[in-house]
Design a binder for this molecule. Structure first.
Ligand SMILES: Cc1ncc(COP(=O)(O)O)c(C=O)c1O
Length: 360
């Protein structure tokens, strides 16, 4: 079986974890501070707060920026549910846009349309889905023109570039996940980065029960801290991230050069973008038969995602608009194929051969 994802943890990560275990300092401490410094210098923003997951990173970003009840946040109708859930956790209201049919991303055009309909939107939360950044120059211009806060969900885009700049360096806040299937991991873990030091300092309190001084709780906060064990893994993974991304890009380019099947539409790379292929997502005509064919031939795959966010059962009682024609079409076609850095040449050949031998 060729798996859709396979985290690589080498001797360096194992030694780093053992060293933290031997130190006895296994909760949040110096390793976390070291990881925050290294990750902020990688992204190119000064303020970085490590936390327990990508989800807590998103919630912290919204809370630190002061988004709460009565605020509307514009986001995508097509992604993992975490970004929308966080808008709801803080008591704000999500407003959704449809997506671009080729890149699967929120487009500036759709953002403008939504703002015409909802001129009271306070913030835009973009998701750089599958490893490719949204059109950030345009999105930034819209945010500036309308006075909106801009938040980037970079859970799938570590190291992705837009016009040579890293995803996560454009917004007022940017949020990363280090879940094991992501381009780099800390086991569970996340990070939130800010441009503004004051907002970052508020976030440093929120992540640790609202404290600056031990046991003096100035605001109601949370325990969303990262552990030293996770940070030690993250420091080693961060060193390997450029090589991991280069291998993902090489694998994706190889697949795109060798898959040739009229029933399968290959992923599109937008101009101005360096895609880091968190997922290699094709559109399949006759998806039901295609995934049975993959299963029968030992090729792992993922359906990211089978439903749009607003139509998820957990939101039924909230009565969201569920008509997003592009997302509704895309959700029936997408199939993500393995592109992770651990794939061998033989496995890549198998994937291309199996995909090419499919006919509807
Ligand atoms: C786009 C996106 N946002 C947020 C998250 C949440 O990250 P985590 O699982 O670390 O909480 C994920 C994780 O799958 C994601 O893909």
């Amino acid at each position: 079986m060729i798996h859709i994802a396979k985290p690589f943890l080498g001797d360096e990560e194992k030694e780093a974890v053992l060293s933290v275990l031997s130190s006895g300092m296994i909760a949040s401490g110096d390793k976390v501070l070291e990881f925050e410094k290294a990750f902020s210098s990688y992204i190119g923003l000064k303020e970085c707060i490590a936390c327990s997951s990508g989800t807590t990173a998103l919630e912290l970003a919204l809370r630190a920026l002061g988004i709460g009840p009565g605020d509307k946040v514009l986001t995508t109708s097509y992604s993992f549910i975490a970004s929308t859930n966080c808008i709801i956790y803080v008591g704000a209201t999500p407003v959704f846009t449809d997506i671009d049919p080729d890149s699967f991303l929120m487009s500036p055009e759709n953002i403008r349309k939504a703002l015409e309909k909802h001129p009271d939107i306070k913030a835009v939360l973009v998701v750089h889905l599958f490893g490719q950044a949204c059109d950030m120059e345009e999105v930034q211009a819209i945010a500036k023109e309308k006075g909106l806060l801009l938040i980037e969900d970079c859970a799938q885009s570590h190291g992705a570039l837009y016009k040579g700049k890293k995803s996560g360096s454009f917004g007022d806040a940017s949020c990363f996940s280090f879940y094991p299937t992501k381009n780099m991991t800390t086991s569970e873990g996340g990070a939130v980065l800010f441009k503004d030091k004051e907002v970052a300092d508020k976030c440093r309190m929120l992540v640790n029960h609202g404290m600056k001084k031990r046991y003096c709780h100035e605001i109601i906060g949370y325990n969303y801290r990262m552990t030293n064990i996770a940070a030690a893994i993250g420091l080693e993974q961060l060193k390997k991230l450029p090589a991991f991304n280069a291998k993902r890009q090489k694998n994706a380019a190889w697949l795109s050069g060798h898959i040739s099947n009229p029933f399968i539409k290959l992923p599109k790379i937008n101009s101005n973008c360096e895609h880091v292929f968190h997922q290699y997502t094709v559109k399949a005509q006759g998806r039901g038969s295609f995934i049975r064919h993959l299963e029968a031939n030992g090729v792992g795959y993922g359906i990211f995602y089978p439903m749009s966010i607003p139509e998820q059962g957990c939101y039924k009682h909230l009565g969201f608009e569920t008509n997003y024609p592009v997302a509704d079409e895309i959700k029936k076609q997408v199939v993500s194929l393995p592109t992770h850095p651990m794939l061998t040449d033989g496995e890549l050949e198998t994937i291309a051969q199996v995909v090419n031998s499919f006919f509807e």
